[in-house]
Structures are given as C-alpha cells and as structure tokens.
Design a protein around this ligand. Structure first.
Ligand code: DGL
Length: 269
C-alpha cells in the first residue's frame, strides 16, 4: 500500500471533472493535478506535439511528485499519446478512451449513439475503433466540436454564444437523432447544461468521469498501490498559466476553493 500521489493532467481545466470524480470515490488518495493552460487547446495540435507535451508533463509529475499512477484526463492526449506514455513510465497509466467507450456502450438505451470531442480525438478514430469492437450493433455518429474548450477555459459555460456555437456544431448529432451522446472531452461536462438545452430531453448525455474514477480505483487495488491513510488527502494544482486565473476560473467551474495552486513555467514561454 502506497501513500504517494496520483498524477492527473489535462490541457487546462477539463481534467478537473475527472479529478472531482476520483476525489469523490477515493477521498483519501493524494492528488496532484496539472492543467497546461499556457498551451491549450490540444485539440487542433498534431499528434507529435500532443505527445511531446504529454511526455513533458508526465516527466515533471514523476520527478517532482513521485506519482504512483498517471491519469491522462484528456481525451485528445489519450487518443494521441497513450502508447508512448505507457511505454515510457513504469507506473499504471489510465486514459479516457477505454472508460469513455465503455460508459457509452453500457448506458446507451437505443441503437443510435454519438461521441463529440476535439478535432484531434475524433480525427484519431480512437472511439470509432473501440466502439466498433464493443458495440458493433450500434449506429455511431461522431462530431468534432472545436471552440467548446476555449469557452470553458474562459470560465464561460452557459452564455448565448456557447448555445449559438452548440447549435451549429451539434447539427450532425441532431440530424442523426442520437439517443445517447458521450461527452468525449473532459471539458464538456462543464457545458452539459448548454449542450442539453440544444439537444433536448430525447438525448441522454454520458460523461466518462465516473467510469474513469472506477478504473483508477481498480488499477490502484490491482497493483496494490491504494493509500492506507484514512482522512481526506491533500490536492495540489499545478498550472502553466496564471495561478490567480487558475484559482478564479477553477473555483467558478468546480464551486470549491482551489487552495494550493503552484505555477510552472515551461522553458521559452
Ligand atoms: N480536455 C481535453 C480533452 O478531453 C481538451 C483538449 C483541448 O485542449 O483541446 O480532449
């Protein structure tokens, strides 16, 4: 049993949806979160760039915090860089695609399912491949929704502008009458109200945060890495952006105070 922290990262605030689910399920696990706000969005970036950023963040978390597990709380980084991370680090690495696909397959009631995500995630084909294996009878529609992440990063989640963009980008999902839609980007649960209003009550939204938290717990127990401490554990937040801004937007998104925010400067930024 092991009291080192679990490392979690995302391009910015999105991974906080996963952090919250992990903390709810395992409040005694120490967590260290990295939000790469200086370099978001990852969605439009090349595979090489996303892989290089992901490896750099994992390196930092491993060296400075001696993490016992890495959670890639970003669908784009999971779709583009998971194999490289698994190969490079001798600790369990959990990504978003597997739990996301599983959550969608398990929770879908009708046969018309959908996934929305960044250009990088949808373009990689990761969800299409996995869902064709685990839910071959379902009719899948995937849509890239560029621009959503930027709204969340500004702390803007329920404005008319978000809805106007959602109406345009969600057109393929509406036209296909998707019954169950996976929010295949960790930023999107923060936009669930706007997305839900545009799609209407006929479409059920699925987030993969909880399923990912269960996977993290399973992996910790399996590797005998779960914490032994009993009380609530500390959470440290690292940001490559402005720490005050991270605290302000993080608080408005999560509704809790982010006390321990540590700035990280990348060389050349
Ligand atoms: N939260 C990231 C994801 O799940 C957003 C990527 C981005 O920065 O575009 O894909």
């Amino acid at each position: 049993m092991d009291d080192r922290p679990v490392g979690i990262f995302d391009s910015g605030f999105g991974g906080l949806t996963v952090l919250r689910a992990i903390n709810d399920l395992m409040p005694h696990e120490r967590l260290v979160y990295f939000g790469d706000s200086a370099r978001y969005p990852y969605g439009p970036k090349s595979r090489e760039e996303v892989s290089a950023y992901s490896l750099q963040i994992a390196e930092l978390l491993a060296e400075r915090y001696d993490i016992k597990m890495l959670v890639v709380a970003c669908n784009t980084a999971s779709a583009q860089a998971l194999p490289q991370l698994v190969e490079r680090f001798p600790i369990p690495v959990v990504g978003m695609i597997e739990p996301g696909a599983r959550a969608l397959a398990m929770q879908s009631m009708g046969e018309r399912i959908g996934v929305i995500g960044t250009v990088g995630t949808i373009g990689s084909g990761a969800y299409q491949t996995r869902l064709s294996q685990i839910a071959p009878k379902k009719r899948l529609v995937c849509a890239a929704t560029p621009g959503f992440v930027e709204f969340v990063e500004r702390g803007e989640t329920d404005t008319d502008q978000v809805k106007v963009l959602a109406e345009r980008l969600l057109r393929p999902v509406i036209d296909a009458k998707v019954q169950t839609l996976l929010l295949g980007c960790t930023h999107y649960p923060f936009l669930a109200r706007a997305i839900g209003e545009v799609l209407g009550p006929e479409t059920m939204l699925v987030s993969s945060s909880e399923e990912t938290a269960f996977e993290v717990r399973h992996a910790l127990l399996e590797a005998e890495l779960a914490s032994t401490s009993a009380g609530p554990a500390d959470i440290v937040y690292l940001t490559s952006g402005d720490p005050d801004e991270f605290r302000r937007v993080g608080r408005s998104l999560l509704g809790i105070e982010l006390r321990d925010v540590v700035p990280v400067k990348w060389a050349g930024e």
